[in-house]
Design a protein around this ligand. Structure first.
Ligand code: PAF
Length: 311
């Protein structure tokens, strides 16, 4: 009987041998913490061992774009921490905050599958035991585009990310280039606060049809979803058609083309120098190449995207 028992046991173990290293890591137990104290303890143990920490802050409703940030963080660091927190201070529109998707159970499963070591799901009270009244001097990078359209938004981002950085104390933090301007704002906040944290910008992840992955995409109706890839298509075509045209001509052509798509309304299309995020009038102002940043409303869903115009 015993021999049979052993044989069965060995078979079970063999079946659980992972297919590759990635799967092996994903098999480990993810630690879920909800308080800053638990988080500090978990990260403290990692730091005490001299291991590096990569951090991916998110607002949940996780998709393949977030997973690509996690994969990059896993490649660069010994341990990966992900926070899932819908930060109220960065929403200047109460309806946007109310309708922002919240999918904690599915998020937790995705984080486990992605091989995250520590998942942080704090409450609002945990992040803001008292109201955060700090006003960051973010300067010109935060004054244009999203900064102009969403007053207070970037200050709220700076508030929450600075708090999370203090709690997690990562070596590196990972942000997606879909929120292109946000990365500059975070770099500025890091400078102001004097954090010794490397900010790693990661490329936009797209659906096969070109639509930039976003937690807001789930709010599109099937009809809106079907036409939404036009945003990226029009941006990409504008890069091909940019030579011989002025910045203004390209801006107008993109804006008109997107507005001509059924159900789309451009909030802004700005072509900026990524060094400083200021709008340019001449292509030569952006020595390393310019970036076109767009915000489009489809009904009440606000989508953002961007494209690089090589120098
Ligand atoms: O990009 C986001 O999801 C948020 O702005 C961030 C960085 C997680 C801060 O809440």
């Amino acid at each position: 009987m015993q021999a049979v028992g052993h044989t069965l046991y060995i078979i079970c173990v063999v079946n659980r041998i992972p297919a590759d290293n990635n799967d092996k890591d994903n098999d480990k137990e993810m630690k879920t913490v909800r308080t800053a104290k638990e988080l500090r303890e978990a990260v403290g143990a990692v730091k005490a061992d001299g291991r590096s920490v990569g951090f991916v802050p998110t607002m949940g409703a996780l998709h393949a774009g977030h997973v690509s940030l996690i994969e990059r963080a896993r490649a660069d660091n010994d341990v990966v921490v992900v926070s899932v927190f819908v930060n109220p201070t960065q929403f200047n529109n109460p309806d946007d905050l109310r309708t922002y998707p919240r999918t904690e159970e599915a998020d937790s499963e995705k984080l486990q599958a992605a091989g995250v070591d520590i998942a942080f799901f704090p409450s609002v009270e945990e992040i803001y035991p008292e109201p955060d009244t700090r006003v960051f001097e973010l300067g010109p990078v935060a004054e244009v585009m999203e900064g102009a359209m969403r007053p207070g938004h970037f200050n709220g981002v700076a508030q929450v990310v600075s708090r999370l950085f203090r709690m997690v104390q990562p070596d590196r933090a990972y942000f997606g280039e879909k929120d292109f301007q946000q990365i500059s704002v975070i770099r500025r906040m890091v400078e102001i606060e004097g954090f010794d944290i490397e900010i790693v910008a990661c490329p936009i992840k797209r659906e096969a049809d070109g639509l930039a992955l976003s937690s807001r995409n789930v709010r599109l109706t099937p009809g809106q979803r079907a036409v939404a890839p036009a945003i990226h298509r029009i941006l990409a075509e504008s890069v091909d058609g940019a030579s011989g045209r002025s910045v203004d001509e390209v801006k107008r052509a993109v804006t008109d083309a997107i507005n001509a798509v059924d159900g789309m309304e451009v909030e802004y299309y700005e072509i900026v120098n990524p060094a400083g995020m200021q709008p340019i009038a001449e292509w030569s102002e952006a020595e390393g190449g310019a970036v076109g940043c767009v915000t489009v409303y489809m009904g009440d869903v606000r989508l953002i995207d961007n494209i690089k115009y090589p120098a």
